[in-house]
Design a protein around this ligand. Structure first.
Ligand SMILES: *[C@@H]1O[C@H](CO)[C@@H](O)[C@H](O)[C@H]1NC(C)=O
Ligand SMILES: *[C@@H]1O[C@H](CO)[C@@H](O)[C@H](O)[C@H]1NC(C)=O
Ligand SMILES: *[C@@H]1O[C@H](CO)[C@@H](O)[C@H](O)[C@H]1NC(C)=O
Ligand SMILES: *[C@@H]1O[C@H](CO)[C@@H](O)[C@H](O)[C@H]1NC(C)=O
Length: 566
């Protein structure tokens, strides 16, 4: 099929005007679908990161006995500081290939337990910290090529950090470095990479002392890069805006009502809500958590109901306040995933009682919830269909380029434990397909034809325009005549994949792009269109690196394409 470039009046129309022809999204209960992808990948998915080769880097910790996957090439770990097995020939990391639904073992030698990560601007995962012999280590994992085989693996650098980073949070900065904050007994932050390898400076952050309580409910703080370039940092029930260049708190936000903690071990979750085209404001949503005292009580097998509330705040306002909303059910250890249509946030995994920690929750939350930030208050949450696999402590979830949410992990035990326990260590991977992937939406689903979704990532610069060609099957004239499908309000979104662990998606970010050109029907009979968008203006809006770009018809996203912005 040849795309006509004739921009005759017949073929030019404002999609904005055409959106009246599309039926509103039907909000039926129990939406979405679950698929079991792998019964066992051998490693429990405590940490997950999607790279731009559509492979997911998964890792756990190295010191809880044998996993169910052998190290590659007959390797064994002989680590004098290993606490459990003097010789361990099993893998504690794996690479999952989305397209082929296959996996292979990766090699980490030092402990990555409860660590953090950022994808560098060149697309390499930079993992930071861990425990024991891994407290101050930095490990990198490239986006491997198909022909590299098992030679493409982790590279570990001992003691590259200034401080121990165990339960710390990372956020990529506009200059491409990672901001690394907190961790157990670390009331400070640092940057990586260092300008000078001998730089051992950790900068004090008294806010983390102020938010520390006897249960230490301020670990894995929620960090979001605000559109003014400052860092929003939330710990326990409070938040500040940090000018990290001057080491100055530039705004102190009100307490999130009730005073109950939202961070590990009372793990709620948080997202920076989707940013509008050329954003002038930014909002943060924090959902779930556990009442103060919950963590202590779990030691007596007393599991308090989790928090049922979310707080939403406009972080760009000079004196904003939290608006409280109520979820359909309580949740602790939920993961919040920005869905690529820019209109929904999935809240997935976790429990309805207890807290994070070993043996610290009793009732899994099997059904995800979707939150629609632009709907009217009271009409924002919708419960989705449930899985039957418990995803408790040490589970994770990430967005894939095809719009599914990959879910894995859950190990609420000290060691891998597959028997005689209520919630065995989970080595499985599942996919949650939100309602927009339902077959009934196929006629509305855009397919990007150029740049090719299977081609190499497209390189773009700040403020540059990019033209996307796409097709919407239901919008071709014959089908339109039959009254099905159609093209609605087209938007284009850009999503930074998250480093997810402990119920928080670090570096997760979704921007709606400015669609400049009147979207043009290239060949309406075939349902082919073109849209020209402007890339974000600055690295403050979109730190350098790889993003997935989606064309969204109404609320139905296409499969994404990879774009590298720099
Ligand atoms: C471990 O792997 C074997 C295959 O190698 C599989 O049969 C078994 O079910 C796995 N165990 C668990 C607990 O996943
Ligand atoms: C591993 O990382 C170190 C430190 O960054 C670097 O010097 C070395 O070249 C890397 N090795 C490989 C095989 O990439
Ligand atoms: C939790 O337990 C610790 C240690 O036993 C104790 O110091 C602390 O006061 C307790 N906190 C709460 C909120 O009960
Ligand atoms: C698994 O849990 C059971 C029940 O608590 C316990 O008896 C067993 O020792 C555990 N196994 C391992 C490997 O920790």
């Amino acid at each position: 099929m040849e795309l006509s470039t004739l921009l005759t009046h017949d073929f030019v129309f404002l999609l904005l005007l055409a959106c009246a022809c599309i039926a509103p999204a039907t909000a039926t209960g129990g939406g979405g679908r679950w698929d079991l992808l792998q019964r066992s990948i051998g490693v429990s998915a405590m940490h997950m990161q999607l790279l731009h080769n559509d492979r997911v880097i998964i890792f756990d910790r190295t010191d809880f006995g044998q996993s169910n996957l052998s190290l590659p090439d007959g390797r064994c770990r002989r680590n004098p500081r290993e606490r459990v097995l003097p010789v361990d020939c099993t893998a504690h990391s794996a690479e999952y290939d989305v397209a082929s639904n296959s996996f292979r073992p990766l090699t980490v030698f030092t402990d990555t337990w409860c660590s953090s990560g950022t994808v560098a601007p060149d697309g390499t995962l930079v993992q930071t910290g861990g425990w024991n012999d891994g407290y101050r280590n930095v490990r990198t994992m490239r986006a491997c090529d198909d022909d590299e085989g098992s030679s493409c693996d982790w590279n570990e650098t001992q003691d590259a950090l200034a401080a121990n980073r165990w339960y710390a949070t990372n956020q990529i900065l506009p200059d491409g470095r990672a901001f690394i904050v907190g961790g157990r007994r670390q009331f400070n932050y640092e940057f990586f990479p260092k300008a000078d390898a001998s730089d051992a400076s950790a900068i004090a952050l008294p806010f983390l002392v102020q938010t520390r309580d006897p249960e230490e409910n301020n670990l894995y703080p929620f960090v979001h890069l605000n559109i003014d370039g400052n860092l929003f940092i939330f710990a326990k029930n409070r938040a500040v805006l940090l000018d990290y260049k001057k080491n100055k708190i530039v705004r102190t936000y009100p307490e999130l009502a009730g005073g109950d903690p939202r961070n590990y071990p009372s793990s709620g979750s948080s997202v920076l809500l989707p940013l509008k085209p050329s954003p002038t404001e930014a909002e943060v949503l924090v959902c779930g958590g556990a009442p103060a005292g919950s963590y202590n009580s779990t030691k007596d097998k007393n599991f308090f109901p989790a928090l049922v509330t979310c707080g939403r705040i406009k972080i760009t306002d000079a004196s904003p306040s939290w608006v409280i909303e109520t979820m359909p059910s309580p949740r602790v250890m939920g993961d919040m995933i920005l869905l690529p249509n820019g209109a929904e946030v999935a809240i997935i995994n976790g429990a309805t009682d207890g807290t994070a920690g070993w043996e610290a929750a009793n009732t899994p939350a099997y059904a995800p919830v979707v939150y629609r930030p632009d709907h009217a208050p009271g009409d924002r949450f919708e419960e989705q269909s449930a899985t039957d696999i418990a995803r408790l402590y040490h589970s994770s979830a990430i967005l894939l380029r095809d719009g599914r949410v990959l879910v894995g992990g859950s190990n609420p035990h000290v060691y891998y434990n597959f028997s005689n326990v209520q919630y065995p260590t989970e080595l499985s991977l599942e996919a949650f397909s939100p309602e927009y992937l339902d077959g009934s939406n196929d006629v509305l689903r855009p397919t990007i034809t150029s740049p090719s979704p299977s081609g190499a990532p497209v390189s773009v610069t700040y403020g540059e325009t990019m033209t996307l060609q796409f097709e919407v099957p239901g919008s071709n004239t014959r089908r339109r005549g039959r009254g099905v499908g159609g093209i609605g309000l087209v938007s284009v979104t850009m999503v930074a994949p998250s480093f997810t662990t402990h119920s928080f998606g670090m570096n997760q970010r979704l921007l709606s792009l400015v669609v400049v050109q009147t979207t043009v029907a290239l060949h309406r009979a075939a349902g082919a269109y073109e849209a020209t968008v402007v890339m974000p203006a600055t690295a403050v809006l979109a730190p350098p690196g790889y993003y997935m770009v989606f064309v969204v018809n109404g609320h139905i996203p296409s499969e994404g394409i990879w774009v590298q912005i720099q």
